[in-house]
Design a protein around this ligand. Structure first.
Ligand SMILES: *Cc1c(COP(=O)(O)O)cnc(C)c1O
Length: 477
């Protein structure tokens, strides 16, 4: 039993108590520099064990995939097999210094070479770069490559990128950051790209399109080939946001649908823990016409040696040294453990799990685009007057589940975006459904229960705007 559940270290402070007993000083005593001493800082006086318990207790207040179900749409919060961690922490990988040179890091470069090769096979690309540190970083690489290709073709006036209204927020942001102009086009009633709107947006200033397939509403863009043909005929290039590879890896090679350059999030599909802002990799794969423009250096085989080399017309470096190497070891281990058939099964199960949840929930939580979904689907949380998606999300916390993504994508009102991933078993999915159905009943019978949720967390319902703008980060006794 926890005898001091909510007492913080400040309340437990006792004057004169110390955490460590230092040996007698055997050097001359010197005063601390007064500039560094702040009399107003009232530090708690505690023993070591109390401090350990305090921080351990704090750490246990976190949600994590290793402790709770995390159906956060668009994030692919899947379980990351521990063997990947074992591989990434092998001393040979972990301790290699990036400045030792190719001669002494043949194994590390060979791993990068093999990983590039596997990812190229999965996506259908001829080359790729492991440099970008995130999906958004990969997008930036891709759009800068498109820009460089257009300039090389003598088409410097092509500075417009088409982005569908269902896109992830990073897509328009990336285009703007790369100096492009964004033209948004609408989705049709099926959640697909409106081809008439697409054709109307194609002109001499078109640099390319940025498209996510499966899209951010979890549906497969059936007209992908036609879209690519229209854009190519108009002189544009096709950027694929491949963050949703979890639904298609091992089944479909995006390059064969006409995608010229694409990033895949190794920290989503290829199993690296993420969510807390830790290191990631947004691998960029490229078709032949863009391969020379990739950011570098990339791993190449020269005779029987492996070397890092800058592609001929590279847009340059995007990251110090060789990117986030630990993520590369995890992705390589993951792909080798699964193999081609395993990858396909992974994607099939991700889609199956999403459709199972959708089928069990859609009678209560309406789904705006009701066709069969891919790895995720978007339900709506406003099926009872006075109840909003936010209330449902907060109530889920009381039941120990991480809420789905909410109010995104923007084209679905009161969106609840659910991505179960392939790693959850049927019992967990069923438990989640039961809780969602129970919350729907509560919404009708006892709406206050939802409005006041969460009830069992260290802090209750926050005003999210003031919490973000004026965060209280210090203890105020
Ligand atoms: C997650 C995601 C991104 C951005 O990836 P980061 O690694 O978070 O930068 C881009 N597009 C889609 C569709 C995503 O799901």
């Amino acid at each position: 039993m926890n005898l001091q559940p909510e007492l913080l270290v400040y309340e437990l402070s006792s004057p004169g108590r110390v955490g460590v007993a230092l040996p007698d000083c055997d050097v001359p005593v010197t005063a601390l520099p007064t500039a560094l001493l702040r009399a107003e800082l009232k530090l708690p006086e505690l023993d070591e064990l109390t401090v350990v318990r305090h921080f351990t207790r704090l750490s246990q207040k976190n949600f994590s995939i290793d402790t709770q179900y995390y159906p956060l749409g668009s994030c692919t919060m899947k379980y990351n097999p521990k063997v990947n961690e074992v591989a990434a922490s092998l001393p040979g990988w972990r301790s290699t210094h990036p400045l030792v040179g190719a001669e002494f890091s043949q194994g590390a470069i060979e791993l990068m070479y093999r990983l590039q090769d596997s990812l190229n096979k999965i996506g259908g690309f001829v080359a790729g770069s492991l440099q970008p540190a995130a999906g958004a970083h990969g997008e930036l690489a891709g759009v800068l490559m498109i820009r460089a290709v257009q300039v090389a073709r003598g088409q410097a006036q092509r500075t417009t990128m088409i982005v569908p209204d269902s896109a992830h927020g990073t897509n328009p942001a990336t285009c703007t950051m790369a100096g492009m102009k964004v033209v948004t086009i609408a989705s049709d009633s099926d959640g697909a790209i409106d081809l008439t709107a697409l054709k109307a947006a194609c002109n001499d200033s078109l640099a390319g399109i940025m498209i996510t397939n499966p899209s951010t509403i979890g549906v497969f863009e059936r007209n992908m080939k036609q879209i690519a043909d229209i854009v190519h005929a108009a002189g544009g290039l096709v950027y694929g946001d491949g963050a949703n590879m979890n639904a298609i890896a091992g089944i479909l090679r995006p390059a064969e649908l006409g995608i010229d350059v694409m990033h895949y999030n190794l920290h989503k599909t290829f199993s690296t823990p993420h969510g807390g802002g830790g290191p990631g990799v947004g691998y960029v794969g490229a078709a032949p016409s863009l391969a020379d423009f990739l950011p570098g250096p990339i791993a190449v085989k020269d005779g029987n040696k492996f070397v890092m080399r800058q592609p001929a017309k590279s847009i340059g470096r995007l990251k110090a040294f060789y990117g986030n190497f630990g993520v590369l070891v995890r992705a390589y281990t993951y792909i080798r453990m699964l193999g081609g058939d395993g990858l396909r099964k992974m994607a099939e199960n991700a889609v199956l799990n999403a459709n199972y949840l959708k089928a069990r929930l859609e009678k209560v939580y309406p789904v705006k685009y009701p066709r069969r979904c891919m790895h995720e689907f978007v339900a709506m949380g406003n099926f009872v007057d006075g109840i909003h998606t936010l209330d449902i999300a907060k109530r889920l916390i009381d039941y120990g589940f991480h809420p789905p993504t909410i109010y995104f994508p923007l084209i679905v009102p009161e969106a609840l975006m659910i991505e179960p991933t392939e790693t959850e078993n049927k019992e967990t999915l069923d438990a989640f459904v039961e809780v969602m159905l129970k919350i729907a009943e509560e919404a009708r019978a006892n709406p206050e229960l939802l409005h006041d949720a969460p009830h069992h967390t260290p802090v209750g319902r926050l005003d999210e705007v003031s919490a973000a703008r004026n965060p209280v980060l210090c203890y105020r006794g």
